[in-house]
Design a protein around this ligand. Structure first.
Ligand code: SF4
Length: 550
């Protein structure tokens, strides 16, 4: 038996990667070159099956790592058994077998290649002859025998050569033409094949290949003196004068620590290991930073750097961004104008329309910044008239101010934008891009430019609209929810709790994407937009920033 020393630097291809290659070349590339993996329920179910088999079959089961430098292959055989004096490798599959024209069970092409590769690897490593491999399909209880012949070995050699070719290529392969493969592909939520097809065929009706919502709660720890620790597989939240709260890690989307709440090193390590973003918001409601181990692959970042260093690309993306934000501002005003017919709103709607037409002609980022500044000034000049005249004067809006906010309405907007920045950062890190490399905002402040760029398209729907609606519903109380410190007005503990509830519930609202036409929550949309942005510089279309408020 030949056991692999995994500690050394290996250039061989994993057999399971060949399985991915035979399934779809793009899947191989995303996993092996871009290092993207998702753990969907099917992948977990497959692992459970292996664990159960290990238990049930005890003595007969053998876990065997093999590697052949000569073949350029390595892998772990599911099981190896002796039958009639012959050594046979076994592979276990959770699903059903394929069927031939006569409805006889047969192996799927990718499974066939995988078992052939294991057989070939065994021959090369152990120096014995392997006449066949076997695949057990558990869903229809079928055992398929795959003869190992010269033709099969040639297929394995060809696949290894192709895998090495792709590993050295800077180009991501296109999406498969066999759409049925995508419906069962674990990487569909990051590959976004339907969106790529829509880009090539405007008549294409994409289906959503990922869940409509991410229902893992975002844990906000607001209370001063509260702390987050770890116990077993759970996060443990201790708050003064309250029972300890235990949260299973699978049910946690993010941990957000406000003010001076604490987190233990063990809990930080645990969150890093489980890819749970930990974010910090200051007592004054400013986004401070994130602790996140999701670095993304170097290939992704090199491409991002190369694309965003291209001034033409940066200008085009910035125009899309400014257009998207300006359209959302205008449509929000139009929507409000139906009930509040104030001249300032009507005038802003008209002038925004005129300015939006000029965006496409901008010749530089500097002129675009000027246009955007003018549009923001117009929008905020109409903003006071979106609010009910019945509100107390302290809750009225008299102009945008920040750092620090000087009135209640601005403190709501500022706190909201800080939460939004945190969520956009989380999405960028989940996708594996570099937050410091943006295309519109310049790296002048501590805030990451790419996050500042992306949050532009969400400001109106996720913050401005809920702030205006909640004020007009009478949800805010000057004395109960705010506190004044010198010139500054901040949300107090009760106000921040209330805001977080309004914001998180807004993110859970389902929304129909105007281009893809499928529904998803705003929470999912944050990540989808980052993925669509990344596709623009991979030549996979331009669906980014097409989400203006309707
Ligand atoms: S979603 Fe489809 S195109 Fe994308 S990797 Fe999977 S099978 Fe290939």
């Amino acid at each position: 038996m030949y056991a692999v020393d995994w500690s050394r630097d290996v250039e061989t291809i994993r057999v399971s990667a060949l399985h991915a290659l035979a399934y779809c070349e793009r899947l191989f590339y995303l996993e092996e070159v871009e290092e993207l993996y998702t753990q969907n329920p099917e992948v977990f179910a497959g692992r459970r099956l292996h664990a159960e088999l290990e238990k049930q079959e005890g003595e007969e089961w053998e876990e065997l790592f093999l590697e052949s430098d000569e073949l350029g292959l390595r892998g772990k055989v599911d099981a190896l058994r002796e039958r009639d004096g012959r050594v046979i490798p076994y592979e276990y599959k959770r699903g059903k077998s394929a069927r031939d024209a006569q409805n006889k069970p047969e192996a799927w092409e990718s499974d066939r290649l995988q078992i052939l590769a294991y057989a070939y690897l065994l021959e090369m490593s152990l120096g014995i002859s392997i006449p066949e491999g076997r695949i057990r399909y558990h869903a229809d209880n079928v055992l398929v025998k795959v003869p190992v012949d010269e033709e099969g070995k040639e297929k394995v050699r060809e696949a290894i050569a192709r895998a090495n070719e792709l590993k050295n290529s800077p180009l991501r392969p296109p999406v498969t033409t066999n759409e049925r493969l995508c419906a069962r592909c674990s990487l569909a939520p990051v590959c976004l094949p339907e969106e790529a097809r829509l880009n090539h065929d405007k008549e294409w009706k994409p289906i959503r290949l990922f869940p409509e919502d991410d229902d893992r709660p975002i844990i906000h720890v607001l209370e001063p003196g509260a702390s987050v620790g770890r116990t077993g597989d759970q996060l443990k939240i201790t708050r003064r004068d309250q029972p300890v709260e235990l949260l299973p890690v699978q049910q946690t989307g993010q941990v957000v620590l406000h003010s001076f709440s604490q987190i233990s090193t063990q809990a930080l390590h645990f969150c890093a290991d489980r890819e749970i973003g930990v974010h910090f918001i200051s007592g004054g409601g400013r986004y401070v930073g994130s602790f996140d181990s999701r670095q993304g692959s170097i290939h992704r970042r090199i491409r991002q750097f190369s694309a965003l260093s291209d001034e033409k690309m940066a200008l085009e993306l910035s125009k899309q961004l400014v257009t998207c934000r300006g359209q959302s501002q205008r449509k929000f005003l139009m929507r409000s104008a139906r009930s509040k017919k104030h001249e300032a709103i009507r005038s802003a709607i008209y002038q925004l329309k005129v300015m939006l037409k000029q965006v496409s002609g901008a010749k530089s980022l500097a002129s675009l910044l000027g246009m955007e500044g003018n549009m923001a000034a117009l929008y905020f000049s109409a903003f006071p008239y979106l609010l009910s005249s019945d509100l107390p004067v302290e809750l009225q809006f008299t102009g945008r101010n920040r750092r620090p906010p000087k009135d209640c309405c601005n403190s709501l907007l500022s706190f909201g934008y800080a939460l939004l920045l945190k969520d956009v950062m989380n999405a960028i890190l989940a996708v594996g891009l570099e937050p410091a490399l943006g295309f519109y905002h310049q790296p002048r402040t501590q805030a990451p430019p790419l996050a500042l760029d992306l949050m532009e398209i969400f400001r109106v729907p996720l913050i401005d609209m809920p702030v205006v609606a909640s004020l007009n519903r009478g949800q805010w109380h000057v004395l109960e929810d705010f506190e004044r410190r010198g010139e500054a007005v901040w949300l107090n503990d009760s106000g921040r709790k209330k805001f977080i509830k309004i914001y998180e519930s807004r993110k859970q609202e389902s929304w129909k994407h105007p281009v893809t036409k499928y529904s998803l929550t705003y929470r999912r949309l944050l990540e989808l937009e980052v993925r669509l942005l990344e596709k623009t510089w991979n030549g996979e279309g331009n669906l980014f920033a097409q989400i203006a408020v309707r």
